[in-house]
Design a protein around this ligand. Structure first.
Ligand SMILES: [Zn+2]
Length: 124
């Protein structure tokens, strides 16, 4: 009984797919959409991961004293305690950078902004 009903179901599905009916075309469209999504999903995920990695990289600050990477939210190195100059524009204090070392931090921030703008433009 189960075998026969499943056979009927599969033959009906095959008939729907093979016969050029409206239902068959709808099924083919749905299958094509699913396959398209399955093919595009890794690309989308890779793109999102790449953007996330770029954002993470732009937020990471490498300590000039010991080379440890720390996030821009902290103003001191978590390993050795050396004060970090924030290079990203989302940092809470542009006054700190301006007061601590104005001549050396200004070109660094300009370079960072240029690089992120170029990446965003080339991606889209
Ligand atoms: Zn350090």
């Amino acid at each position: 009984m189960m075998n026969r009903s499943s056979l009927l179901l599969w033959s009906a599905l095959l008939a729907l797919l093979l016969l050029p009916t409206a239902a068959g075309r709808v099924l083919l469209d749905v299958a094509g959409g699913v396959i398209l999504v399955l093919l595009a999903l890794p690309l989308v995920l890779a793109g999102l991961g790449w953007i996330g990695w770029k954002v993470l990289q732009s937020k990471l600050i490498t300590c000039q004293a010991c080379g440890a990477a720390s996030f821009g939210g902290s103003d001191r190195c978590a390993v050795c305690g050396t004060p970090l100059n924030p290079s990203s524009s989302s940092g809470p204090g542009p006054q700190q950078a301006a007061s601590s070392m104005s001549e050396s931090s200004a070109p660094a921030s300009e370079v960072t902004i240029d690089v992120t703008a170029q990446d965003a433009g080339s991606d889209s």
